[in-house]
Design a protein around this ligand. Sequence first.
Ligand code: AMP
Length: 216
Amino acid sequence: MRIVMLGAPGAGKGTQAKKLIEDYGIPQISTGDILRQNIAQGTPLGKEAKGFMDRGELVPDKVVLGLVEDRLKQPDCKQGFILDGFPRNTAQAETLDKMLAGIGMPLKLAISVDVPFEDLMKRLTGRRTCRSCGQMYNVYFTPPKKEGVCDKDGGELFQRDDDKEETIKKRLQVYESQTAPLIDYYSKKGLVRKIDGTGTIPGIYGKIKTELEKIK
Ligand code: AMP
């Protein structure tokens, strides 16, 4: 199974991808997560990316494409993968197509998770992540039992720097202008399945699974 998750920041791509990896045993490749890891580790790549991310802009294609290419070569991707947050623009999508054609592993599906624009703001400003296990919460919709503390492992919950209001506005603009056109790009290839991204997390997941079962 080789899938791309499309959708605006806050649409729930990452949450759904994490459920898919548990179920299907294939890796989630989140360029945002990889970039954040690099920032946390203070690598040169992280230093290069940080300014773009803090401003809500896209990190240059050459940086991101290199990361993805390396990741796709890892043996755990042989059985498939879920790309989350990549591609983010047409140039990335075209390069991905070439990379995958080169290794004989074309994409099977692009899942587009649709959430109305007004809902995205609350989802993003309310988002908190566990520093140790990555579990996500939302202070409005799915709060932890104890404020600031992960239910799963007691880790500290933090708000991403780019989930602050001004940056979020910029990220949503960037999505509209650069990433949303990918829905058309993949539609022309017959790969898009649109999923209503409002409702409960298990409910949305059920709809995604129904689509995935069809391609098995
Ligand atoms: P995400 O966690 O996917 O929302 O990504 C957070 C930030 O990382 C984005 O706002 C971008 O600055 C950067 N980023 C993540 N993925 C990409 C990508 N495929 N291309 C360029 N920048 C990216």
